[in-house]
Every structure is written in C-alpha cells, then in structure tokens.
Design a protein around this ligand. Structure first.
Ligand SMILES: [Zn+2]
Ligand SMILES: [Zn+2]
Length: 102
C-alpha cells in the first residue's frame, strides 16, 4: 500500500495530468507507458487517478497475483502482467475517452 495519493514519480495530485517525463504516466492515446510511446508525443500526459495505472482494471476483472515480500508474507496484488498480455493480444481495448482499458 502506498501511503500517499500523489503520483510516486512526479508528485501530482489525483485528477491532474502527469508532469512531462513521468515514469508512471500512460499515453492518453494508446495506453502504453508515455515514456515508451513514440507515436503520440504531442498528446501529452495521462491523468493520475490516485492509483497505479492498471490497478482499477485488475480489480474490476478480478485479476490478482500473489506477491511475496522479503519478510516472507504474501499478499495478492493487481496482475499487471496479465493486463499487459491481454492488451498485447487485443483482448482488452484502450478507451481514449476514459483513459482506461475496457
Ligand atoms: Zn506522475
Ligand atoms: Zn501512444
């Protein structure tokens, strides 16, 4: 659990667009990490929702994966790999208006 609602990289408040160069920001046009998207450099940054990109989708679709902490405790976290895979396979589609996957 993160203890603050601001973006862990650029520090903006929820509901605000990320700063340029932010690691967390997703391209609003296609949903890939904004830093890695070379196609839509003019569309700017995604909106920071207050949680990690993909957490909302994984919660909605019940996609979880066990994560083991260094101290040996295990908790279920959002399965972001599954989301990335589903996006690559075209099983989920990026919704430009809502800036999330469907
Ligand atoms: Zn950010
Ligand atoms: Zn893009």
């Amino acid at each position: 659990m993160r203890d603050t609602n601001t973006c862990p990289d650029c520090g903006v408040a929820p509901g605000t667009r990320h700063a340029d160069g932010c690691d967390v920001s997703r391209c609003p046009e296609c949903g890939t990490q904004a830093l890695q998207c070379g196609d839509h450099t003019s569309s700017g940054q995604g909106i920071w929702t207050g949680e990690w990109p993909g957490d909302l989708e994984c919660r909605e679709w019940d996609w979880w994966t066990p994560f083991t902490h260094p101290n040996g405790t295990t908790e279920m976290v959002s399965d972001l790999n599954r989301l990335a895979l589903a996006a690559a396979r075209g099983e989920v589609r990026w919704d430009k208006q809502a800036e999330r996957y469907r």
